[in-house]
Design a protein around this ligand. Structure first.
Ligand code: 6R9
Length: 799
C-alpha cells in the first residue's frame, strides 16, 4: 500500500479537485482522515500532481492518518497541510482496504464487460471510454469518479441488469414501438382491446395538424387498474397509502381495499351531484390522503381532474377555474404547514367570488374538514354552495361501477407556466399515460413489491400525479404521502420518516437536497436510513456536489440515484438512469427511457450527432405525451412543434458528452425554475405591473444556492414615485397574492429605464448579466435605444 511515509503534503485546492505538490508514487486507492472525516486518495492525475477526494464518507474514527493543520487562504485556494502520522499494515481496517480491487482490477474484470457492451449507444451518443470508476457501495463518488457503477449485487436483482439488456430493450422499443408498448399494455385490464394502428402521430407541423394517439379504441379505466385489478391479484390487504401528517406522530394508512372503498364513496357522491364523464373537477387540497382519493374518484367516473397546487393564490386559482369551468371544487378548510396555518377555504372563497363575478359560478364546493388545523365552526361558509365532505361522502356506498373510457379520453388537466402570462392547460389522456407512468416507475426505480416508496412532491405538480399517485399505484406499491414540511420540526424530518416507514425508494428535488445539506450532516447521520436502496431526483439539474452529498451521506454510498429528466408535458420520465444497468455520472440524467428518441439540435433545427450542446428535442411520440393544451391546440402547436419542425421541443438546453450521457442545462425560454417549480417570467411581470405604482417590469432568473434559480425583478416606477422599502415589500406582496408565495421575487432592482432595442424589445441578456453581477460580460450595448440605461442600472444594483 502506498503513502507509507510520514510527510507534509501541501495541497492546493483548485475547485473542484485537490492537487498535491508532492510527487511520491502511489499505486492503489487508499484513504485518509481529515478532522475525523474519511477521504479517499486516488491515483495521481499526472506524475506531478496528486488528487485527493474531498467528500466525507463516514465519520468512522481511525488513527491511521491525522490532519496536522488546516487553514484557508484567500480566494479559491485552500492549503491543507497533512501529516501522515503512522501507517500500520496490520490494521484490520487496512486489510479491508487492501482487499478491495485495485483500479486495474476494476477496469479489467466484469466492469469492462459493461463498458464494452456500450459500443453503440442510442441516438448517435457514442461510447463510454473512461474507466475511472468506483463501485457502488464500495467506495466514494468523488470529483475524480466520473462513473459510478452499480454493484454486482444490485445489478443481479435489477429488472434491467446490464447496459446490454437496456440496449436490447431500447432497440426493440424504437424499431417496433407498437409491439413493444402493446406487450406492456396487455398487462393492464382493458374492457375492450385497442384497435389498429396501435398509435398514430404527426409531429411535423409542415405536414399538418399535430396529433398523437395511442391505443385508440381501447376501453379501460386507470382507477380500476390502480385499485380493483391489484385487489383481484391478491393485494387487497396490502398498504396502499401511509399518510404522515404535519406533526410527528400524526399518521394514518389505507390498504388497497380501504382505498377503493373511499374512492368509490366519493365517486358515488360526485355522480349524485351530476358530475359526468368529461366534466372538469378542480381539486385544491394539501397532501391529505383525500387528494389522491379525489383524483382516483374522478378517474373512476371519467371526470377530468385539474389539481391546483394549494400554494397558488386565489387569483391563480380563479384563473384556472374560469379556464376549465368545473362542476365542483374540492378543498379543505385549512392546513398546517410547519408552524403556520393556511386557511385554504378563504382562498377558495375569494377565487369562487372572483370567478362568479367574471361570469362563471361554481355550483358546489366540497370541503374536507381538516380538524387538526381548523374547527368546522370557525370555517367561513356559503350555504347552498358549500358542503362538508365528512357529512355527505361517508353516506355513499363503498362500491361504484367503473366508467369505461377510451384510451384517448382525457384523464386530467394540469396547468403549467409558459412564456406568456396565461398558464397552459396540459391535457393528458388515459391509456398511453397509464402504460407509460407505470412502466417508467417500474424501471427507473427498479420497483419490487416489497419496496416502500416515498416521493416528496405535492400532487399539485405533475410529479405528484405520475409518481405519487398513478405510477406507483398501478404497480401495487405502498406509497408514503407526507403533508408537512421537510424541515419541521427540524431538518431531520425526512430521515425520521424514512426510518419510521422503512422507505426503500426516496424521490425528491435537488432544492430539498441542497437546503438539507446546508443544515449539517448530523441531521442525517442521526437516523439509520438502512432501508433505503434507491434515491431519485427531479425538477431541475442536480449539481454534482448535491448529488455527491445525497449519494455519499444520505445513501451511504450504496444507493444509486435516478436523476429523472421529464416535464409536465411528457407525462413520465424521458431521460433517466436505470439503476441496475448504468454506471452513473454525478449530475447527468444519463440515457433515454424506452421508446424515447431525444435529439439535440442547433439553432437552425439541425440534429447534432455525438458530443455536443444545443436544444433538446424529441423525435416521434411516446405513450405518455400530452395531447393538446386545453382549449388552445394552436398554442400547443406553436409552443412545442414550430421552433424546430418535425420535433417536440422541450424548452430545455442539453449537452451530450463523448460517452453519450445527457446533461440538462436548464430552460432556454422565458421560464424560470424556482425550487423545481416552473414560473413564467411573464406571469411575474404581469403581477408586478398590476401594482398601481409600477410602470414596467422585467424579470429574469439568477442562480440561487438553494432554490436553483431565484426571481430577479427590474422595476420601473410610475413617474414621480420615490423608491422605498415599503414599496418594495408591497410589490413582492402583490406577486404573492396574485400567483403564490413560491413566486415571490427574491430581489427588486429599481430601474429608471430598461435596456431596450430601438424597436422596443427588452434585452434580457443584459439584464441577466446585471442580475448575476457579470458586469464585464455585458457584451455589445450599442444597439440599445439608450445605452446610458445600463450604467444607471449598475449604479442602482445594490440600492
Ligand atoms: C417533472 C417536472 C419541467 C422542467 C424541465 C427542466 C426541469 C425536470 C429535471 C430537470 C434537469 C432533471 N427538470 N427534471 N432538469 N434534470 N432531472 O419537473 O416537470 O414542473 O413541468 O418542469 O424542469 O427544465 O423542462 P415540470
Amino acid at each position: 500500500m502506498a503513502l507509507c511515509c510520514s510527510n507534509d503534503y501541501n495541497i492546493l485546492r483548485r475547485s473542484p479537485t485537490l492537487y498535491t505538490q508532492d510527487s511520491a508514487q502511489e499505486t492503489a486507492p487508499t484513504q485518509i482522515f481529515l478532522n475525523s472525516k474519511l477521504f479517499n486518495w486516488v491515483k495521481p492525475c499526472t506524475n506531478k500532481k496528486k488528487s485527493l477526494h474531498f467528500s466525507p464518507l463516514t465519520h468512522r474514527k481511525s488513527s491511521r492518518f491525522r490532519c496536522s493543520s488546516y487553514y484557508q487562504s484567500s480566494g479559491y485556494t485552500i492549503t491543507l497541510r497533512i501529516r501522515l502520522l503512522f501507517f500500520a499494515m496490520d490494521d484490520p481496517f487496512e486489510r479491508s482496504i487492501s482487499s478491495r480491487p485495485s483500479k486495474k482490477a476494476l477496469t479489467t474484470s466484469n466492469h469492462l464487460r459493461h463498458v464494452e457492451s456500450l459500443a453503440t449507444l442510442p441516438s448517435g451518443a457514442g461510447r463510454i471510454s473512461k474507466l475511472n470508476a468506483v463501485i457502488l457501495g464500495e467506495s466514494l463518488a468523488s470529483e475524480e469518479d466520473d462513473l459510478v457503477f452499480p454493484s454486482g449485487d444490485f445489478s443481479r436483482q435489477a429488472h434491467v441488469p446490464s447496459p446490454q439488456k437496456y440496449l436490447d430493450m431500447y432497440k426493440m422499443s424504437i424499431e417496433d414501438p407498437a409491439g413493444f408498448w402493446s406487450d406492456i399494455a396487455s398487462q393492464f385490464y382493458w374492457k375492450q382491446r385497442w384497435g389498429q394502428p396501435v398509435y398514430s402521430e404527426n409531429l411535423d407541423i409542415r405536414k399538418g395538424r399535430i396529433k398523437i394517439e395511442w391505443f385508440k379504441g381501447g376501453m379501460t379505466n386507470i382507477c380500476y387498474n390502480c385499485l380493483d385489478r391489484n385487489i383481484e391479484s391478491g393485494n387487497g390487504e396490502k398498504t396502499a397509502l401511509f399518510w404522515e401528517g404535519n406533526e410527528p406522530g400524526e399518521d394514518g394508512n389505507l390498504t388497497y381495499n380501504q382505498l377503493l372503498q373511499r374512492v368509490c364513496q366519493l365517486a358515488n357522491y360526485l355522480k349524485h351531484i351530476g358530475v359526468k364523464k368529461g366534466d372538469a373537477v378542480v381539486i385544491y387540497l394539501p397532501m391529505l390522503m383525500e387528494l389522491p382519493i379525489a383524483m382516483l374518484a374522478c378517474a373512476r367516473i371519467g371526470a377530468v381532474h385539474s389539481v391546483v397546487f394549494a400554494g397558488f393564490s386565489a387569483e391563480s386559482l380563479a384563473q384556472r377555474i374560469m379556464d376549465c369551468k368545473p362542476k365542483v371544487v374540492i378543498t379543505c378548510n385549512a392546513v398546517r404547514r410547519g408552524s403556520k396555518i393556511i386557511y385554504l377555504k378563504d382562498i377558495v372563497d375569494a377565487a369562487l367570488a372572483d370567478s362568479a363575478q367574471n361570469g362563471f359560478a361554481v355550483d358546489v364546493c366540497l370541503t374536507y374538514e381538516n380538524c387538526s388545523a381548523l374547527e368546522k365552526v370557525k370555517t367561513k361558509w356559503q350555504e347552498g354552495r358549500d358542503t362538508w365532505w365528512q357529512d355527505v361522502v361517508t353516506k355513499y356506498p363503498t362500491t361504484c361501477d367503473v366508467e369505461w373510457v377510451d384510451a384517448e379520453d382525457p384523464l386530467f388537466l394540469l396547468y403549467t407556466s409558459g412564456s406568456t402570462g396565461k398558464p397552459k392547460g396540459v391535457l393528458h389522456t388515459t391509456g398511453g399515460y397509464m402504460v407509460y407512468t407505470a412502466t417508467t416507475f417500474k424501471y427507473a426505480f427498479d420497483y419490487k413489491p416489497s419496496d416502500i416508496y416515498w416521493c416528496t412532491a405535492d400532487c399539485g405538480w405533475i410529479t405528484g400525479h405520475s409518481y405519487v399517485t398513478y405510477g406507483p399505484l398501478l404497480n401495487a406499491a405502498t406509497v408514503v404521502v407526507f403533508e408537512g414540511a421537510p424541515n419541521y420540526p427540524d431538518s431531520g424530518r425526512c430521515w425520521d420518516i424514512v426510518d419510521k416507514y422503512k422507505v426503500s425508494i426516496f424521490y425528491t428535488a435537488p432544492t430539498l437536497v441542497r437546503s438539507l445539506m446546508r443544515e449539517g450532516d448530523e441531521y442525517v447521520t442521526r437516523y439509520s436510513r438502512k432501508s433505503l436502496r434507491i434515491l431519485g431526483s427531479v425538477g431541475e439539474p442536480i449539481n454534482p456536489s448535491a448529488w455527491r452529498w445525497f449519494y455519499n451521506l444520505v445513501g451511504d454510498s450504496r444507493c444509486p440515484i435516478s436523476d429523472t429528466w421529464w416535464q409536465t408535458e411528457t407525462g413520465g420520465f424521458m431521460i433517466t438512469p436505470l439503476p441496475g444497468a448504468w454506471p452513473q455520472k454525478p449530475g447527468s440524467a444519463t440515457f433515454p427511457f424506452f421508446g424515447v428518441q431525444p435529439v439535440i439540435v442547433d439553432e437552425k433545427g439541425v440534429e447534432i450527432e455525438g458530443e455536443c450542446s444545443g436544444y433538446l428535442c424529441v423525435k416521434s411520440s411516446w405513450p405518455g405525451a400530452f395531447r393538446t393544451l386545453y382549449g388552445d391546440h394552436e398554442r400547443y402547436e406553436t409552443t412545442y412543434f414550430s421552433a424546430f419542425p418535425g420535433y417536440y421541443f422541450s424548452g430545455d438546453g442539453c449537452s451530450r458528452d463523448k460517452d453519450g450521457y445527457h446533461w440538462l442545462t436548464g430552460r432556454v425560454d422565458d421560464v424560470i425554475n424556482v425550487s423545481g417549480h416552473r414560473i413564467g417570467t411573464a406571469e411575474v411581470e404581469s403581477a408586478l405591473v398590476s401594482h398601481p405604482q409600477c410602470a414596467e417590469a422585467a424579470v429574469v432568473g439568477v442562480e440561487h444556492e438553494v432554490k436553483g434559480q431565484g426571481i430577479y425583478a427590474f422595476v420601473t416606477l410610475v413617474e414621480g414615485v420615490p423608491y422605498s422599502e415599503d414599496l418594495r415589500k408591497s410589490l413582492v406582496l402583490t406577486v404573492r397574492n396574485q400567483i403564490g408565495a413560491f413566486a415571490a421575487p427574491d430581489k427588486i432592482h429599481w430601474a429608471p429605464g430598461l435596456p431596450k432595442t430601438r424597436s422596443g424589445k427588452i434585452m434580457r441578456r443584459i439584464l441577466r448579466k446585471i442580475a448575476s453581477r457579470q458586469l464585464d460580460e455585458l457584451g455589445d450595448t450599442s444597439t440599445l435605444a439608450d445605452p446610458s440605461v445600463v450604467d444607471q442600472l449598475i449604479a442602482l444594483a445594490d440600492s
